[in-house]
Design a protein around this ligand. Structure first.
Ligand code: PMP
Length: 382
């Protein structure tokens, strides 16, 4: 099945014009899913109440949560020995919760816990700063010297064999660079912040200890964070960890230690079903490649635009680029907005333009952006 959506799905319509949302997150959601949520808002499945109002301990909500877990497991082909936790606090909370839950002192020497981090841009830096509150951090590799236009080659990483885990950010949302494949860190469990490329492609779980993803890019509403963790890593967290944020407590209570983000889990479940109906992650990945290749081609073939990231590391989710004259950036964003091409402004720390192409962005949106870019460049140069 193709992901080329039907014309009734796209583009989203406001009262008077088509809208393509290139925002980096919260990002564009599939209109079909939004319509389904709207239709079910007041009365879910003949119960006479909204999912919003349902007891989280009741059978109906449990069925919704179990189905979402099951669909996620199928979509990502998650092996049985991994657990899926629906958590709150967004992805940033995991910057602390990963060390709190995974750090181990060396069992032989009792030495303080250690963790490896790979620095590839804005979000990995955030994870490093937060993680360093809990343990001794080894930045095993950093792309800082090249201003984060490349990901350091895995062969050059200086990994610590005593590390409790090695943390990477699979897609740097602000810098627009992405690992084309997840690295192998040997017996040290790999921890991946997949917030901005989760469900954009299939994953090989070999070597993954834990991955986490804030939902607001590809799956659902902000605040929900999906954590997929290998079961042998679920253990007693550091004693200062709040119980509601202990992986062990959440898992032992089947996600019901306290009230979960019920409506967010329901919405994520609708998106997961939609992705399955679209043919799964291989289909989604090929459309994502097509969309980003198209945009990078437009950028590379027009001297008016420039993408600093080396081609091998360019993000399929968040292409970032600049205009030949930075002074024109605001005008570009404003004029694009009048065409319904919205939220194109780059990250505040980086400037320039960022066109986020999450799963729900149809090819027609990228084509509309490409047309606009050609016209804008021509208008400015003539
Ligand atoms: N990691 C990455 C890669 C992100 O892109 C973001 C949000 N843009 C975060 C973490 C933080 O997510 P949250 O706002 O849900 O805490």
């Amino acid at each position: 099945m193709s992901l080329t959506t039907s014309s009734s799905d796209y583009p989203a319509q406001t009262a008077n014009k088509a809208v393509y949302n290139f925002g980096s997150g919260p990002g564009m959601m599939p209109p079909t899913v939004l319509k389904q949520a709207q239709a079910e808002m007041l009365d879910w499945n003949g119960t006479g109440i909204s999912v919003w109002e349902m007891p989280f301990t009741g059978q109906d909500f449990q069925a919704i949560a179990d189905q979402a877990r099951q669909d996620l497991r199928e979509l990502l082909n998650i092996p049985d020995h991994y657990r899926i936790l629906f958590m709150q606090g967004g992805a940033s909370a995991q910057f602390s919760l990963v060390p709190l839950n995974l750090l181990l002192s060396n069992p032989k020497t009792g030495a303080d816990p250690k963790a490896d981090y790979i620095e590839t841009g804005y979000w990995s830096r955030k994870a490093i700063i937060e993680g360093s509150r809990y343990c001794q951090i080894n930045i095993a590799a950093s792309g800082r010297s090249s201003d984060f236009i490349e990901i350091p080659s895995v062969a050059d990483w200086r990994l610590n064999t005593q590390a409790s885990y090695c943390h990477i950010t699979s897609n740097e949302t602000a810098n627009g660079l992405q690992y084309s494949e997840l690295p192998n860190t040997g017996h040290v469990p790999l921890v991946v912040d997949m917030t901005s490329d989760f469900l954009s492609r299939p994953i090989d779980f070999q070597g993954i200890g834990l991955l986490y993803a804030g939902a607001q890019k590809n799956i659902g509403p902000a605040g929900l964070c999906i954590v997929i963790v290998r079961e042998d890593l679920i253990r007693e967290p550091l004693s200062s960890t709040p119980s509601a944020f202990s992986y062990q407590v959440i898992e032992q209570n089947n996600g019901r230690f306290n009230t979960p983000l019920t409506y967010g889990i329901y919405l994520a479940g609708l998106v997961l079903k939609y992705f399955k109906a679209q043919g799964g992650l291989s289909e989604i990945q090929s459309l994502n490649k097509k969309k980003s290749n198209l945009l990078y081609e437009v950028i590379d073939n027009n001297p008016f635009y420039h993408c600093a990231v080396s081609p091998a590391y360019r993000s399929q989710m968040n292409p970032c680029f600049t205009l030949v004259d930075a002074e024109l950036t605001d005008r570009f964003v404003a004029q694009a907005g009048t065409r319904g091409l919205i939220n194109l402004k780059g990250h505040s720390a980086k400037g320039g333009i960022r066109a986020s192409l999450y799963n729900a962005m149809p090819l027609s949106g990228v084509l509309a952006l490409a047309d606009f870019m050609a016209e804008f460049a021509e208008g400015c140069c003539s």
